[in-house]
Write a protein that binds this ligand. Sequence first.
Ligand SMILES: NC(=O)c1ccc[n+]([C@@H]2O[C@H](COP(=O)([O-])OP(=O)(O)OC[C@H]3O[C@@H](n4cnc5c(N)ncnc54)[C@H](OP(=O)(O)O)[C@@H]3O)[C@@H](O)[C@H]2O)c1
Length: 340
Amino acid sequence: MRQIWITRAGPPEVLQVQEAPDPEPEAGEVRIRVEASGINFADIMGRMGVYPDLPPIPVVPGYEVSGRVDALGGGVDDTWLGRDVIALTRFGGYADVVIVPVQQLFARPTNMSALQAAAFPVNYFTAWQLIAVMGGLKRGETVLIHSAGGGVGIAATQIAKHIGARVIGTASAAKHAELRSLGVDHLIDYRTEDFEERAREITGDRGVELILDAVGGESWKRGYRLLAPTGRLGMFGLSTIASGKQRNVLAMLGALTNTPWLQFNPLALMNANKGVFGVNLGHMWGEIDRMREWGDRLLELWGSGAIKPKIASSFRFDEAPQAHHFIQDRRNIGKVLLVP
Ligand SMILES: NC(=O)c1ccc[n+]([C@@H]2O[C@H](COP(=O)([O-])OP(=O)(O)OC[C@H]3O[C@@H](n4cnc5c(N)ncnc54)[C@H](OP(=O)(O)O)[C@@H]3O)[C@@H](O)[C@H]2O)c1
């Protein structure tokens, strides 16, 4: 098999393809011939050496694949053999062969392409947990989605529009026209505009009911201020520390300094009628049965046409460095994939 390794912490060029013998599935596992692997921003932060959840480098990153099951371990229902699947991987997804426990598999709908399938699990599960499970977004409410042009941002926009909420998105200016066509009602260029001020203008000074913020640092502080009564702030990443393409200690210190350590105390939350919560899908492995229910619900939404992964681009395995550059140069609108 071929795998893409993070050989050391550094710029995209540290990603290298290496060969290894094909692995064999053990009891309760299946082997998948991969057709596409999803790239997530966590892989980029892991490559830069600023993502604490990544196992020690050298490592094969990757949280999700699509492909076909070609071998079964003991005790696995043999109807899985030969099926097209979507799978969550606990790292190791940047490979053309992966082994996963059967609980992490979903049958791929016949009308979903292999590329769409690899773009599905992480982005939509994260967006679902933020919006439906923890954020409780309702029809008529306003949600502010940061990095609206990323994979999670587009998934979140589709789910929010399906619920009947109003979406304010922040994104680099070059992405605005396309994001508008994808359903974002109001766009803010958060790199040149003050998103708090603009969102106040848009909402007639009321603020918003839900914020999805994976930028972090000062953005959380300003977002908390922007919440309307009953507003909830969902924090799920810290992309502000990924400035440049290698570890940047100043950016990390800046984010730490600006994090609102003192803002969220229980009395202040009670008196302001506001909520804050965090999401980390990578810490949900103990809740796989719940995630399976979310997957089933999301696949129903796919079936009804309410959600549809948007593919920004796909790259061959030997182009993995270019794929990471593409995202870090802020060129993607939607999901970026690796294809063996
Ligand atoms: N906690 C979880 O379970 C979980 C799961 C998935 C993702 N996440 C987090 O959600 C965020 C988005 O992930 P994703 O997979 O949707 O991203 P993606 O598709 O790789 O796109 C990244 C987006 O982030 C924006 N961005 C913000 N800061 C950036 C930076 N320093 N460098 C490059 N782009 C930057 C870019 O938009 P603009 O050009 O418009 O700024 C871009 O659209 C990340 O912070 C990620 O860690 C968290």
